[in-house]
Design a protein around this ligand. Structure first.
Ligand code: ATP
Ligand code: MG
Length: 495
């Protein structure tokens, strides 16, 4: 038996879209096999078919030499295939230990205390800084991701599928995960690994399979390919300019804040930006960089000495709605809870925040809403089967584009973008960078908050670096290098 798992000729159609078209994929024992492709290419759909979430329309899956067709993820799990899904599905009101135990029959026979002890040990062994008896609701996104990973590792699986496990965790945690993956490999466990970060594929994977528009493009050894080759396999063209940059003349000051304090984290932050300026905020996870946006926007209690939009002094922002009225927009980090209403369709999501545009005397003009949604879908190349598709069934990256479309529809004076390219493929990243530059070109001030240093370095005019809630300095022009940012971000002074 050459392969532990083999998918042959898999086809899957959803209303209006062929998500997978005759796709082949195979997995060797003890290998890490990366699955790559643009947003909406069909990666998550393929692994959902393998793990029993969906049934394929056509094709077969062989597992340990036998044809299988799992009726549910639990069945797949029992057979030894565990999946860490892109959309985390944990029980928010249960504890970490209970979540890890769900689906594992033997663990139900344990007493509560014993379960907590075992889980605590597992988490410690994994070097995850989480308590087994914490309620999942109280964890942040990155901690929840770690719980999902621990859950998959708790089961004695032959195959572990990881759908973008590193999208929401810190670089440090990713390193821990990669060590774990290497250990699993040594034990002969096979891993399917999905990520939009090519450098991770080169670091961790043995082979790589690329999908494009639901079609199989190819499988190759990681040692025999290059980043450029993988990109052109994914997007079907060469990307010549990753970071487009216009030169916008900076004129009037459009935004300033003095002595901002947010929650218990952010202390004494001051900065200002001019029309057309792209102002970066960098820092490690936990440095307080996203809290700056959340604080200004009124999501977290905050105080400031003075905040100005243009010439107008604003003493307090009580709600996101008020922020919008003052001309401050935000693209939030957590698109699922703050950005989108998952159960509603794409059209409603895009027009919701801009309801005045489509409403007259309490009556919604659906024709107009439809036109606006189509316009935005075209502008951001959002991959949808129709404007009526529920956003929760959009691929991860396309959900992110829907947030951008929704937020930027109401032209702001200044926009805070928090991790705007998270989970977005290489091609779509270039689109986002173009959008950011276009905003600047139109005189909007952009505060670009990101954990990805390359994009901060290439896009921003100035960069504020945060460390443990404190501003460490603002870099400008040639000073903006990854090295200088890291020095400040880790608390090492630049002379
Ligand atoms: N439940 C569903 N109902 C309708 N369409 C769906 C559903 N699930 C996925 N799709 C569509 O199938 C296509 C493939 O989506 P999939 O989630 O597999 O992409 P992906 O490669 O994982 O993308 P990403 O990198 O953005 O996560 C997309 O066009 C998506 O809109
Ligand atoms: Mg996906």
């Amino acid at each position: 038996m050459e392969y532990i798992l083999e998918a042959k000729g898999i086809t899957k159609t959803f209303p209006g879209v062929v998500a997978l078209d005759n796709v082949n994929f195979n997995l060797k024992k003890g290998e890490v096999h990366a699955l790559l492709g643009e947003n909406g290419a069909g990666k998550s759909t393929l692994i959902k078919i393998i793990s029993g979430v969906y049934k394929a329309d056509k094709g077969t899956i062989l597992y340990m030499g036998k044809t299988v067709s799992f009726n549910s993820p639990t069945e797949a799990m029992k057979a030894g295939i565990a999946t860490i899904h892109q959309e985390l599905n944990l029980f928010e009101d249960l504890t970490v230990a209970e979540n890890i135990a769900v689906g594992n029959v033997e663990s139900f026979l344990l007493s509560k205390r014993k379960l907590i002890n075992i889980t605590d040990k597992l988490l410690k062994n994994l070097n995850f800084n989480i308590h087994a008896n914490s309620t999942v609701r109280n964890l942040n996104t990155s901690e929840k991701q770690l719980v999902s990973i621990a859950k998959a590792l708790f089961l004695n699986s032959n195959v572990i599928i990881m759908d973008e496990p590193t999208a929401t965790i810190t670089e440090h945690e990713a390193k821990i995960l990669f060590n774990i993956i290497n250990d699993l490999k040594k034990k002969g466990i096979s891993i399917i690994f999905i990520s939009h970060r090519l450098e991770e594929v080169f670091e961790i994977a043995d082979r790589v399979t690329v999908l494009r528009d639901g079609k199989f493009v190819g499988t190759t050894d990681v040692g025999h390919t290059s980043e450029q080759e993988l990109i052109s396999m994914m997007v079907g063209r060469k990307i010549s300019e990753m970071y487009p940059k216009y030169n916008v003349p900076k004129k009037k000051e459009i935004f300033s804040v003095h002595d901002l304090n947010v929650g218990r984290i952010v202390k004494n932050v001051s900065f200002s930006l001019k029309e057309g300026e792209i102002f970066g905020i960098a820092g490690l996870v936990g440095s307080g960089k996203s809290e700056i946006a959340l604080g200004i926007y009124g999501y977290i209690p905050s105080k400031w000495k003075q905040l100005k939009v243009g010439d107008k002094v604003i003493s307090k922002i009580k709600s996101p709605d008020q922020a919008l009225q003052e001309g401050i927009a935000m693209v939030p980090e957590d698109r699922k809870t703050m950005g989108l209403v998952l159960e509603l369709d794409v059209m409603k999501n895009i027009t919701l925040q801009n309801v005045k545009e489509v409403e007259k005397g309490g009556i919604i003009n659906w024709k107009k809403a439809d036109d606006i949604a189509r316009e935005e879908i075209g502008k951001y190349s959002i991959k949808v089967s129709s404007v009526k598709q529920k956003v929760k069934t959009l691929s991860g990256g396309n959900q992110q584009k829907a947030v951008l479309a929704k937020v930027l529809r109401r032209v702001p004076k200044v926009v805070f973008m928090v991790e705007p390219t998270r989970g977005i493929d290489v091609g779509a990243k270039v689109d986002v960078y173009k959008i950011v530059n276009n905003l600047a070109n139109n005189g909007i001030g952009v505060v670009f908050i990101s954990s990805e240093l390359p994009e901060i370095v290439r896009l921003c005019d100035r960069v504020l670096v945060m460390h443990r809630g404190r501003p460490m300095g603002i870099l400008e022009g040639n000073e903006i290098t990854q090295e200088n940012i890291l020095k400040l971000a880790t608390g090492v002074d630049v002379e």
